[in-house]
Design a protein around this ligand. Structure first.
Ligand SMILES: C[S@@+](CC[C@H](N)C(=O)[O-])C[C@H]1O[C@@H](n2cnc3c(N)ncnc32)[C@H](O)[C@@H]1O
Length: 217
């Protein structure tokens, strides 16, 4: 797969894509499972919610979200990586209301069907600012009135003021877009695109944030 953004680290390929879940578990000394369960709990998913997951990954998050859904609820993952899609399909094979489409989220798209929630987990920070604005527009267009755009990603912080145990891995692992991402005022930016009523929950000593932004009518 050709990388559209050579400086980005969210366009996963090869070994990282194949073993993504295991790598996350190992890098966080096993704490990722508990963290992601908690984060998804804070999404406050309702039984009949329809959810579209931008950059859905292996299907791990879809399975966790599905625990809160009834048969009326639905999850659609959008993914570009064939390796991720294959894992997603394998994990969710017997669950009718979970599907995945091969679809880029960084280009304009509109869907006839509208969703209650757009979820984007550890994908958003990995793009240039103009592309992030396009993703926000795509999220807005994919939502029902009063639907929520839910961003699980890095919080806003001054990198050099973060504790060494966060700063060192962040500086080693993250791409240049992440350094720009953490400096921006996302509530203000999202307000400019028609979102409001922000609610948030932070994790890992406020370095990670689940930000909920409601589509204004
Ligand atoms: C860091 S992983 C996160 C996966 C998942 N959201 C999670 O939290 O486990 C980033 C994901 O975004 C996908 N991705 C990257 N660029 C994308 C794009 N332009 N459109 C759709 N998916 C994309 C990658 O293939 C990868 O699965």
């Amino acid at each position: 797969m050709t990388k559209f953004y050579p400086d980005s680290k969210v366009e996963l390929q090869g070994f990282t894509a194949k073993f993504y879940d295991k790598i996350m578990n190992i890098m966080t000394f096993g704490s990722y499972s508990l963290f992601i369960k908690k984060a998804i709990e804070y999404m406050e998913i309702l039984p009949n919610d329809t959810i579209i997951d931008f950059g859905a990954g292996t299907g791990r998050n879809a399975l966790l979200m599905n625990k809160y859904l009834s048969e009326e609820g639905e999850i659609l993952g959008l993914e570009i990586s064939d390796q991720m899609i294959a894992q997603f399909k394998k994990k969710t094979a017997f669950i009718e209301n979970i599907n995945v489409n091969k679809q880029r989220i960084d280009r304009p798209f509109t869907r006839e069907k509208k969703y209650d929630k757009v979820f984007i987990s550890f994908v958003f920070h990995g793009f240039p600012f103009d592309v992030q604005k396009q993703i926000i527009k795509n999220a807005f267009n994919a939502l029902n009135e009063n639907g929520e755009f839910i961003i699980l990603d890095f919080n806003e912080f001054v990198t050099d003021e973060t504790p060494f145990y966060f700063r060192i891995p962040f500086k080693i692992i993250e791409c240049k877009y992440a350094f720009e991402f953490v400096k921006r005022d996302w509530k203000r930016i999202l307000s400019d695109f028609g979102f409001g009523e922000f609610r948030e929950k932070t994790f890992l000593k406020k370095h990670i944030r689940l930000l909920k932004a409601k589509k204004r009518n």
